[in-house]
Design a protein around this ligand. Structure first.
Ligand SMILES: [Zn+2]
Length: 252
């Protein structure tokens, strides 16, 4: 039996039997995992407040077999993100990213980039003045890393490279990007100019440390976030709970 030590973000927790908790983590080294924390319901002492969703923790887990649940041996709180917990909209955006990871990231498939994106998104959602910019960048890059965002190099219809000043039409959930000449646009296409398209192309490939410096124009934020949520909805076949919450508080 192997013991793994890794950084992790807590994604979700639920009761498991009389005294245990079932924890879903996104780990840095081993991807998304589920583990049992023995006695976590009965005794707070062993895992002092470590299992709050969105907390960053140092985790020690033991594998029992390749298929069964893991044991959580130790879990040390590194960053509780208290400022997120006290701000409704920021909390909603952070929960949205965690829910997307729960729904779309496969278990036990190490993807360090997705861990770093989630970890750093939470930091920026906590600290950045423009929280919606941070959630858009994080969500866009997570969906890109999972392969759900089309390559934005050329028109999906005629194949022309899109590098001229002009208007473009994007439907992320359908994976279509059109130049202005085509008449076959159904509902749901978002109009872009070359500046926004350049932003999206850069945000796909830029180093993670530089990602957070990118600023989307405020006028483009709401429609792009809706487009990204539609990509998620198309993949999972339902509305995210955190999406409903954000609509409820008027943040979407
Ligand atoms: Zn075209």
């Amino acid at each position: 039996m192997r013991t793994i030590e890794t950084e992790a973000v807590i994604l979700a927790t639920s009761d498991h039997g009389e005294s245990d908790r079932l924890i879903t983590f996104l780990t840095r080294s081993n991807g998304k995992l589920k583990g049992i924390a023995k006695g976590a319901r009965r005794s707070q002492k062993r895992f002092v407040h470590s299992f709050e969703p969105l907390s960053l923790v140092a985790l020690q887990i033991r594998e029992r077999s390749a298929v069964s649940l893991l044991w959580v041996e130790a879990c040390r709180l590194m960053e509780p993100h208290m400022a997120l917990r006290n701000a409704l909209e920021r909390w909603g955006f952070a929960s949205l990213l965690a829910e997307v990871v729960v729904e779309l990231v496969p278990e036990r498939l190490p993807q360090e980039e997705i861990f770093l994106l989630l970890r750093d998104s939470l930091t920026h959602l906590e600290a950045d003045r423009d929280a919606i910019n941070a959630v858009i960048l994080g969500l866009y890059r997570v969906l890109t890393a999972l392969g759900y965002i089309l390559d934005l190099g050329s028109c999906s219809q005629c194949g022309q490279p899109l590098d001229k000043i002009g208007r473009y039409w994007l439907h992320l959930a359908r994976g279509r990007l059109l130049c202005d000449g085509h008449q076959n646009r159904a509902q749901g296409f978002v109009r872009l100019d070359l500046g926004t398209l350049a932003f999206l192309r850069r945000a796909r490939v830029v180093e993670l440390e530089q990602l957070w410096r990118l600023r989307l124009r405020p006028g483009d934020q709401a429609s792009l976030l809706e487009s990204l949520l539609e990509v998620v909805r198309t993949q999972i076949g339902k509305e995210l709970k955190s999406g409903k919450f954000l609509r409820g508080i008027g943040a979407l």
